[in-house]
Design a protein around this ligand. Structure first.
Ligand SMILES: [Ca+2]
Length: 240
């Protein structure tokens, strides 16, 4: 009797399972709804956004460290050579003392080069260069990192607005990506000269940005910019 009842129970169960296979399957393996795939996509996008944020923060931290390293090297060099401007580019508000009688007009002696930033003038790059040539000089260039650091001291002591930009004598108009000084000598690349805002090191403007500026928003580090921007000319007269 018991054996007969067990056999009947198994037969009824098998018939029931065949009639509703979908219910059993879906009960244990529910289908992936659209909302689930959307949530997965959102999760992946969120992870990518977090990763990009981390990379941006790391880049900014790296730039700050490099700037501090440049300043430290400049301070060491100044302490060894007795440079009269042995002071911090970051903390000092005191104007550098030019060597007496070495530069004329508005030009001041910055590390052996006569520089003049025309704070009341803005022009496109070509006009700015002509402005400097009319004064007997040309747009400024930097022979090395020390000259660049000293120029930044001069500019920061002028207390320009962060929105100000400054033309210098560098461009890649002749061959895209081949940055040269107006002397035709190659410009240095990377840190500490070129800035890095956002996702990478300048220059990143391609064919649309072929003239070099000191970019106020990036503490006057070098950036590429359209030559039609109107910026302040930084003129220099090299000592012979
Ligand atoms: Ca370019």
């Amino acid at each position: 009797m018991v054996l007969t009842a067990a056999v009947l129970w198994m037969v009824v169960g098998a018939v029931w399972a065949q009639q509703k296979p979908g219910n059993l399957y879906e009960e244990h393996f529910p289908p992936i709804h659209l909302n689930c795939t959307q949530s997965l996509t959102d999760l992946l996008l969120l992870r990518q956004e977090n990763r990009l944020s981390e990379l941006t923060l790391a880049e900014e931290a790296s730039t700050a460290v490099l700037k501090e390293a440049v300043q430290l090297l400049t301070d060491i060099r100044n302490s060894l050579t007795g440079n009269p401007w042995a002071e911090s580019a970051v903390s000092s508000n005191r104007s550098p003392t030019p060597a007496p009688g070495s530069c004329s007009g508005n030009f001041v002696n910055i590390g052996g080069t006569c520089l003049y930033l025309a704070t009341d003038t803005v022009a496109v790059w070509g006009t700015a260069r002509q402005f400097c040539q009319d004064l007997g000089g040309d747009l400024a260039t930097f022979r090395d990192a020390n000259a660049f650091a000293e120029t930044l001291i001069y500019i920061k002591n002028l207390a320009l607005a962060r929105t100000a930009n400054v033309w210098i004598g560098g461009y890649d108009q002749i061959a895209e990506g081949n940055w040269i000084w107006i002397s035709k000598e190659p410009m240095p690349r990377g840190s500490p000269f070129w800035g890095a805002i956002g996702f990478g090191r300048e220059p990143r403007g391609g064919l649309g940005e072929n003239c070099a500026i000191l970019y106020g928003v990036d503490d006057f580090m070098i950036h590429d910019a359209p030559c039609t921007w109107k910026c302040k000319p930084l003129c220099q007269i090299m000592h012979s």
